[in-house]
Ligand binder design. Structure first.
Ligand code: SF4
Length: 366
């Protein structure tokens, strides 16, 4: 297959692994930011082929995993209303809130639908003027431009019954929060290629400099992942700390200016709570005041919720690279994809789901 096979070429993979072996003289801990990269590492078995000194820990870049419980409970409350047609990406339906999930709301008669684009929600609102159509806008800088475009379209088409429940998060403040933690173990980061395709990687330049930590923009195919690791290890071994681009076919320093412009016209930076981690200052995106008419939190007055997390779930420690899924006592026992206690077991990008699928044999017995 053109455009894929060349990045999965076994000979290139072997050559990169050999180069990595030669470059590595001591142990290093690398964090891949994105849950998509976690799944790619595990599904290709690359984590087991790395030189013994290199440890991968898994970062917070799973949008479903970090969406705070409060926002999910707000979604559940809004979706339960008879006048609401609630729309979302598919993974969000199974994420447990304090007491239930969106699937259950749908099973009880709520009109909850899975969409592939927020623009579909605007069209649904036009087609159902008797309903309030709400889109659950979650995710990182990757999904924010399309969500911004949906709001702009709703305003241009004067669609009064469309609104958004916004829970966007941004990567750079999360990297800073991980590095500021006294428990931090990360020596270098593999930045998410698709986020950087939108945002560029200029935001990582001052972080790499200020914290003396290599940050390497990395793609998702086997050779992309190994190139990212090799670049990070070479920096570490040389005592360097730069933001570096190992995904040049998709990413530039500046990123996609048109997408950034759409984002900044609709969203502003706000403090945001991350599930399991807590509030990270100025780490999220919220609607600008001029788009308040499209803010579902204001429209449905759901600001006063208290929440209850599972006491067993250690997702916060996993999302910060402090623990691995197999160190959770509930992993593959009380918590499975069929009966998830936490979001990382639900999401297609969740680290716990990846370990359950590819690493269940690593679970300690007894
Ligand atoms: S295995 Fe389940 S309970 Fe444990 S951290 Fe992962 S999602 Fe939470």
């Amino acid at each position: 297959m053109k455009y894929i096979d060349e990045y999965r070429d076994p000979n290139r993979v072997r050559a990169l692994l050999a180069a990595l072996q030669r470059a590595t003289t001591r142990p290093w801990v690398l964090m891949e930011i994105c849950g998509g990269q976690t799944h790619a590492f595990l599904s290709h078995g690359l984590d087991e082929l790395l030189p013994g000194g290199i440890e991968l820990v898994h970062g917070p870049g799973c949008p479903v995993c970090v969406t705070p419980l409060e926002q999910i409970d707000k979604a559940l409350r809004i979706a339960s209303r008879p006048d609401v047609l609630f729309t979302s990406y598919g993974d969000m339906l199974r994420v447990p809130g304090s007491t239930t999930d969106l699937f259950t709301v749908r099973a009880r008669g709520g009109d909850v639908r899975v969409l592939y684009s927020p623009l579909e929600a605007v069209l649904l609102a036009q087609a159902h003027p008797d309903k309030q159509v709400v889109f659950f806008a979650i995710g990182f800088e990757t999904t924010a431009p399309a969500n911004a475009m949906a709001v702009l379209q709703a305003r241009e088409r004067a669609v009064p019954n469309f609104s958004m429940l916004v829970s966007h998060v941004c990567v750079p403040p999360a990297i800073r929060a991980i590095l500021d933690s006294p428990e931090n173990r990360v020596d270098a980061f593999l930045a998410a290629g698709h986020v950087c395709a939108v945002m560029g990687y200029h935001e990582y330049v001052p972080i790499a400099r200020d914290y003396r930590v290599p940050i390497v923009v990395t793609g998702f195919e086997p050779t992309d992942l190994l190139l990212g690791i090799l670049a990070a290890v070479r920096q570490l071994e040389a005592g360097e700390a730069r933001a570096e681009n190992a995904y040049e076919r998709a990413v530039t320093l500046e990123g996609n200016r048109s997408a950034q412009s759409a984002m900044s016209s609709v969203f502003r930076t706000v403090d945001r709570k991350w599930r399991g981690i807590g509030t990270i200052p100025m780490s999220g995106l919220g609607l600008r005041p001029e788009f308040a008419d499209f803010d579902a939190e204001l429209r449905f007055e759901v600001g006063d919720l208290t929440t209850q997390e599972s006491s067993l779930c250690i997702a916060g420690a996993i999302l910060q690279g402090i623990k691995k899924p197999i160190q959770c006592a509930a992993f593959a026992t009380q918590c499975t994809p069929q009966n998830p206690l936490g979001a990382p077991m639900v999401s297609s990008e969740g680290a716990c789901a990846a370990y359950y699928r590819y690493h269940r044999q690593a679970v300690p017995s007894g």
